[in-house]
Design a binder for this molecule. Structure first.
Ligand code: PEP
Ligand code: MN
Length: 337
């Protein structure tokens, strides 16, 4: 930790800070500048009490951590990019991966039709929500277990692994029985007990960024997965709340190079929740691929106008096939397959 002292404090006040630092188990290293004095408190922050209480002292200006608060997800902990094997699909490696399917599983016919179409167009993982986090309690809440069973059927027919959202700790074992990747939604991104329950299933976890989550908070939420002995974590940017209302959310593509710099875990972009508009999805996908994303999560529906959730942002089956074609040169240019 770095402790910055206020300018013009007395020798006695400085000494009191130094003895408190020692009392808490750190070795103070004093650096005197022209204007003010800075103290480096040397010691393992994981083993000693936090020095943050010093911020309440009148002679202290600031207390700053030197080490990052997230460790296991950090690039320092693991220099190489992590790859995650999802039923033989390696995410985070050379092959670019596309997860696609409806926002919600609505019926057998809707899901199977979509699953076959996205597979034919080149998607490698099937998405579909069975438990839906809806803003209003009067909106479609998902088919639940029936939806999970339909996802398993679609996987059997197409061979595509399945990603679906885990909404509640109570459902962790059940959802993990059917899913190949557990999706933690934006609204639950800091539901720490849910994160622990998801991690403990042993299934790969895709962690969406919360609606107003800072990058550090997102990385720390991801840390819960790795800290609970599950190394298979994807970060997924899906847009954040800003003052802008032209789009449903503001898709923050800067998270791609930031996550790549800070973490070894793969980064996935969801342009569907991100823009909230089907007409913007292709451009967002191209941008994400060019910027180094490892995968996309795209909502696709046979008839978006009649979708039971998120109709405005879902692309049609034909639209998805065209998108995949348009994306190919960007995938190649990004050095992916
Ligand atoms: C979804 O993927 O359909 C969804 C609800 O996502 P988010 O949690 O990002 O809103
Ligand atoms: Mn959706």
């Amino acid at each position: 930790m770095i402790v910055v002292l206020k300018p013009k404090i007395s020798a006695k006040e400085e000494k009191a800070v130094l003895s408190e630092i020692k009392k808490l188990g750190y070795k103070p290293h004093v650096m005197r500048g022209v204007e003010r004095t800075v103290v480096g408190a040397i010691g393992d922050e994981r083993k000693h009490k936090s020095l943050e209480t010093l911020t309440t002292w009148s002679q202290v200006e600031q207390v700053m951590p030197v080490q990052k608060r997230y460790k296991l997800v950090s690039r320092e902990a693991h220099k190489a990019n992590s790859t995650i094997n999802v039923r033989g699909n390696i995410v985070g490696g050379k092959k670019f991966q596309v997860m696609a399917g409806p926002c919600s599983v609505e019926s057998e016919q809707q899901l199977l039709k979509t699953a076959h179409a996205v597979k034919k167009a080149g998607a490698t993982i099937l998405r579909g929500g069975a438990f839906k986090p809806r803003t209003s309690p009067y909106e479609f809440q998902g088919l639940g277990l029936k939806g999970l069973k339909l996802l398993a059927k679609a996987r059997k027919e197409t061979g595509l692994p399945v990603i679906t959202e885990l909404l509640s700790e109570d459902h962790a074992e059940l959802v993990a029985e059917y899913a190949d990747i557990l999706q933690i939604g934006a609204r639950n991104a800091q539901n720490f007990q849910l994160l622990i329950a998801a991690a403990k299933t042993g299934k790969p976890v895709l962690l969406k960024r919360g609606l107003s989550m800072k990058i550090e908070e997102w990385l720390l939420a991801g840390e819960y997965i790795l800290a609970n002995e599950n190394p298979n974590l994807f970060f997924c940017e899906r847009g954040i709340r800003t003052f802008e209302t032209y789009t449903r959310n503001t898709l923050d593509l800067s998270t791609i190079p930031i996550i790549k710099k800070e973490s070894h875990c793969p980064i996935v972009i969801d342009p569907s929740q991100g823009a909230g508009r089907a007409d913007l999805v292709v451009a967002m996908c191209k941008g994400a691929v060019a910027m180094g994303a490892d995968a996309l999560l795209i909502e696709v529906h046979p008839n978006p106008a009649e979708a039971w959730s998120d109709g405005a942002q879902q692309v049609t089956l034909e639209g998805f096939a065209k998108l995949m074609e348009e994306l190919q040169p960007f995938i190649t240019a990004a050095g992916r397959e």
